[in-house]
Write a protein that binds this ligand. Structure first.
Ligand code: NAD
Length: 346
């Protein structure tokens, strides 16, 4: 059995979750981390069991490095991603793939040209309850889909933004609540409902002195004729578990913080669900998420690399949530309905 060498680029909060997940993989090991800032690299050494390098060439030239895991701020995924792909490394990139479509497309193109696999972390796809919902929707259990909603009514305190150099900035976060927090639930909604035909949206910065939005709302027309609501916020105290709602001609279901909380099919006894206190929602605390779902996605990615198969969440799939969010920003700016495909001239 081949043991894959993984290197993490970036040494912040999500890098820790990846390191914890990689520790549990039988066929992979964390060989090194990289941070270009010598002081940050030095501080990070205490947090990780593998060496933390500040020389990128040294990092990329490690003989046992097979996969680079990109954990830099969202608008800084492209450059290290390109360098790693050109060096023949497979990529596991944190969400969002990048903050604009041209940047996402460049990464996808260069991975293709260099024959390396590109997967993007959307760990919520791998919970048991989400998988059950996805299977049921695809099997037509709820009938023809009429409406699908994604609500991320979350809260972050002022320190969340004031202590970060990049969160809420246009250059490095690409916006605010939609592209950073809401994107997970938007990805699930698109996976369930299919492609988007058009969107109308309004975004606002209501509570915090940030460049991006802390509140965004959109009305979505899906290609299949269904309608949808998208809400994402970091300004709604105290923050409630994120929710996906699916309504079809034959029934409906609700997924809250990764758990099915309602499941009703016409003519069948409604299912009852226990509320689980440990749902791991980041509704008010960004550190409340665990690493188990990251671990699931890692296991599948290694299998896909081994079998030379396209990963479940490849670049093309991960681009869809960025397209919707970028279109929402454009709609809010122009006060116009945006038709798809959206030409992101960023
Ligand atoms: N999947 C999830 O649930 C989840 C949760 C949190 C964050 N994220 C994503 O992970 C990414 C990082 O977020 P975070 O919360 O860990 O941020 P963070 O600020 O905690 O960490 C970012 C790290 O990148 C380093 N860095 C900055 N520029 C760099 C560069 N050019 N090269 C290498 N390292 C660089 C910083 O020093 C820091 O160590 C973001 O894209 C974010 O959207 C995903």
């Amino acid at each position: 059995m081949k043991k894959y060498g993984i290197g993490i680029i970036g040494t912040g909060s999500i890098a820790i979750k990846h390191a914890q997940a990689i520790e549990e993989l039988k066929n992979a090991e964390l060989v090194a981390l990289f941070n270009p800032n010598i002081k940050s690299a030095e501080t990070a050494k205490e947090k990780f069991a593998a060496p933390v390098l500040s020389d990128f060439e040294e990092f990329l030239n490690l003989p046992n490095l097979d996969i680079a895991c990109i954990c830099t701020p969202s608008g800084m995924h492209l450059e290290p991603g390109l360098a790693a792909a050109k060096a023949g490394k497979h990529l596991m990139v944190e969400k969002p793939i990048e903050i604009t479509l041209p940047r996402a497309d460049k990464l996808i193109q260069v991975c293709n040209e260099n024959n390396v696999q590109l997967a993007v972390i959307f760990q919520n796809r791998f919970s048991d309850d989400y998988q059950k919902l996805k299977k049921a929707v695809d099997a037509g259990l709820f009938g023809r889909l009429i409406m699908g909603n994604a609500y991320v009514n979350w809260f972050r305190d002022a320190a969340y933004y004031s202590t970060s150099k990049w969160k809420g900035t246009l250059a490095a976060d690409g916006g605010g609540a939609l592209i950073n927090q809401g994107i997970h639930t938007i990805d699930l909604l698109l996976d369930l409902m299919g492609d988007v035909k058009s969107v109308f949206a309004e975004v606002q910065t209501t509570l915090y002195p940030i460049e991006g939005e802390d509140l965004g709302l959109g009305i979505v027309n899906f290609e299949n004729g269904a309608l949808g609501n998208v809400t994402s916020a970091t300004s709604l105290y105290p923050g409630y578990p994120e929710r996906v709602e699916i309504f079809g001609t034959e029934g409906s279901a609700i997924l809250e913080a990764g758990k099915i909380t309602a499941w009703n099919i016409k003519g069948k006894k409604p299912s009852e669900f226990k509320k689980d206190a440990e749902t791991g929602s980041g509704s008010s605390d960004p550190n409340a998420i665990g690493y188990q779902l990251h671990l699931m996605q890692w296991k599948l990615f290694l299998k896909d690399i081994e079998g030379n198969k396209t990963p479940t969440v490849d670049g093309k799939t991960a681009r869809k949530s960025v397209e919707l969010i970028r279109a929402m920003y454009q709609s809010s700016k122009t006060k116009k309905l945006i038709n798809f495909p959206f030409l992101d001239k960023a």
